[in-house]
Design a binder for this molecule. Structure first.
Ligand SMILES: [Zn+2]
Length: 369
């Protein structure tokens, strides 16, 4: 078993130097994944091509109408897609635009406050919306409290965090739209995509092996929850073998739709609360953890908003940071959260999951609005 902590400690040493030339260029990236452990990982051009293939499969399974417009409200590592306009594109972008003529595409950075996101969406009236579950939950709550809705949305696609059945119901009731969830990670790409007819997922087994294991590492029976462990079959640049991604899930028997890819019934992974600024506007928090890593190697981190102006940054490190490093980390966090919060830094030996098994990388102690 390869845990995220082990991958972090072994950065570089698990990478394979004997690369197949035909697999193309190697790219290095970094992710904090679903447990707040920042890890570096490498992929090849072949891996990206396979991920693109699953992306197209997901579009086809969802039966999207490509001539409609599509908007995305997502995190981005650079400060792009900010207001007043966000970004506008001729089409939905690659890979789908290489195969189909599509309608226009729009992008807004998820650091935008929720009320402004609603104004932006109501003006553009996209047929498709892609966003993070926590951002979607906040959008639904705001629309409900405003007594308004978004017209013309056919489908909402969610990525990067766990969703709940309640969120599916909210989207169906408030937007009269379908919610389609995608299970992916930066280091493994698309792991499972939603079944065309049921609210469950099909493992993309051409590209990876997904196991669900008990605490003693034996396989769970079907319909029993356990740790999700993934083996990437074709990424030779960094062979991830029985990699413990940090999420929990449940495999189930065959799908009535007839797809023979294994069925993943539930996924319990990362959740994120919304950040509130002192003017109480809510937004999806962006931490800038890649910049933290340039200042000091963090083993794990978690952020807690205690009050409208006080933030705690909990960290796990091998050595205590110097005063200069501490201040630099605080400054990066303030900059990324978009407000000069009072930031208290605290040291921990580990940062556990919440009782429901999900790791919350941003916890808000403020009452829900
Ligand atoms: Zn199915």
């Amino acid at each position: 078993m390869l845990t995220r902590a082990q991958l972090q400690e072994n950065n570089g040493t698990i990478d394979c130097d004997l690369l197949v030339e035909a697999h193309g260029v190697v790219t290095e990236s970094m992710t904090s994944g679903s447990t707040g452990y920042p890890v570096k990982f490498r992929t090849t051009a072949l891996t990206s091509t396979l991920w693109n293939a699953v992306n197209i499969r997901e579009q086809l399974w969802s039966d999207r109408e490509f001539d409609k417009s599509s908007a995305s409200i997502r995190w981005h590592s650079d400060a792009i897609g900010l207001l007043p306009k966000g970004l506008e594109f001729e089409n939905w972008g690659l890979p789908i635009s290489a195969f189909h003529k599509t309608g226009r595409g729009y992008f807004l950075n998820s650091s935008t406050d929720i009320c402004t996101q609603i104004t932006w969406l109501q003006k553009l009236q996209p047929s498709y919306l892609m966003t993070h579950p926590s951002n979607l939950r906040a959008l639904m709550a705001q629309l409900r409290s405003d007594g308004t809705t978004l017209h013309g949305v056919l489908e909402v696609r969610t990525v990067a965090e766990s969703i709940s059945d309640e969120l599916r119901v909210d989207v169906a009731e408030q937007l009269n739209a379908k919610l389609v969830d995608v299970y992916s990670s930066e280091e493994l790409g698309y792991m499972a995509i939603q079944c065309p007819v049921q609210n469950q997922y099909h493992v993309q087994s051409e590209n990876l092996l997904l196991e669900v294991l008990r605490e003693d590492s034996s396989s769970c029976a079907l319909n029993k929850p356990g740790r999700i462990v993934v083996t990437s079959l074709l990424n030779y640049a960094a062979p991830l073998i029985r990699y413990e991604i940090g999420d929990y899930g449940e495999l189930a028997g065959p799908c009535s739709y007839g797809r023979d890819l294994p069925v993943l019934k539930t996924i319990n992974g990362r959740v994120r609360n919304m950040l509130r600024h002192p003017d109480v506007s809510a937004r999806w928090p962006n931490f800038g953890f890649r910049k933290f890593m340039l200042v000091a190697p963090l083993r794990q981190f978690q952020i807690v908003q205690h009050t409208l102006d006080k933030i705690e940054l909990k960290i796990v490190v091998d050595e205590k940071l110097t005063d200069g490093q501490e201040e630099a980390v605080r400054e990066i966090l303030r900059d990324n959260l978009g407000h000069p919060f009072a930031v208290n830094l605290s040291y921990h030996s580990q940062l556990p999951r919440s009782a429901n098994g999900k790791f919350e990388d941003f916890i808000s102690m403020l009452p829900n609005k």
